[in-house]
Design a protein around this ligand. Structure first.
Ligand SMILES: NC(=O)c1ccc[n+]([C@@H]2O[C@H](COP(=O)([O-])OP(=O)(O)OC[C@H]3O[C@@H](n4cnc5c(N)ncnc54)[C@H](O)[C@@H]3O)[C@@H](O)[C@H]2O)c1
Length: 253
């Protein structure tokens, strides 16, 4: 098989689905991994070059079996995009251990498990890892004790991966999206949060799934062949700024 293969987790919708479509447009094959079997199979049917793998990335046995199936079918992995994630916002005092684990098991354990299971295939192809964190992992905010901490850990895991995997020619980078109107975000973004984001983002708008996917695909491509260990915010400028934006804007709204 000469065509490149990308493994994209959380591919059934949102940023993962948009990224899948961009890889396909660029002539890659895509192994779409998601635990939402119904949605995954529905979207994958219409995408030539995509194959659906139903898998919960937080369950070690499922991850092992899925990577074995990908190896049997494709025998390679040129890119791994660890995108599957869950968001659960709430006050710090209302975070019990069950809530903490629910977030950590997908957002952090899942990235660890899939990366470790994909290592042999990535080594074979000198592949690239792109982990999806969040601006919530770069800057603390309210309601995100588990979510923000899980994403900060993913940012650091990326640097660990880059440090040790470079000698195999494997690059590891991290994309931190700003707000995007996906199902995940809309379930936790109240009107107050939406307004706060607009006030804090120089580009003064949410991003699109495709805008995040473009950065992911670039980091997986040969165009980024000397880029590793980097944390890239695709966030309309959120991370770069402090207070005062709304007061200085020439146009309001
Ligand atoms: N949308 C945003 O505003 C935003 C901002 C910053 C970071 N992110 C991150 O981007 C990534 C994608 O988010 P999205 O907004 O596209 O969300 P989404 O909810 O639209 O899609 C997430 C997908 O991941 C799948 N998934 C969740 N847990 C899984 C698991 N344990 N195993 C397998 N699949 C699982 C879901 O079924 C879903 O298809 C997440 O890691 C999220 O934290 C999103």
């Amino acid at each position: 098989m000469t065509q490149k293969l990308a493994i994209v987790t959380g591919a059934a919708r949102g940023i993962g689905l948009a990224t899948t479509k961009l890889f396909l447009d660029q002539g890659w094959l895509v192994a779409m991994v998601d635990r939402d079997a119904a949605e995954l199979e529905l979207v994958a049917t219409d995408l030539a070059g995509a194959t659906a793998f139903v898998c919960d990335v937080s369950i070690p046995d499922q991850v092992t079996a899925t990577l074995a199936a990908i190896e049997a079918q494709f025998g390679r992995a040129d890119a791994l995009v660890n995108n599957a994630g869950v968001a659960d916002f709430g006050p710090l005092e209302e975070h019990d251990f069950a809530r903490w684990r629910r977030v950590m098991e997908t957002n952090l354990d899942g990235v660890f498990l899939v990366s470790q299971a994909a290592l042999a295939l990535l080594k074979k192809c000198q592949g690239a890892i792109v982990n999806i964190a969040s601006i919530s992992g770069l800057r603390a905010s309210t309601l995100r004790l588990a979510y923000g901490t899980s994403k900060a850990a993913v940012i650091h895991m990326t640097k660990q991966q880059a440090a040790e995997l470079g000698e195999y020619g494997i690059r590891a980078n991290c994309v931190c999206p700003g707000p995007v109107r996906t199902k995940l975000a809309m379930a936790v973004h109240s009107q107050e949060i939406i307004d706060a984001y607009h006030d804090a983002i120089p580009l003064n708008r949410y991003g699109s799934e495709q805008e995040i996917g473009e950065v992911i695909c670039f980091l997986c491509s040969d165009k980024a062949s000397y880029v590793t260990g980097q944390i890239i915010a695709a966030d309309g400028g959120f991370e770069s700024t402090g207070v005062g934006l709304p007061a200085l804007r020439a146009t309001k709204g």
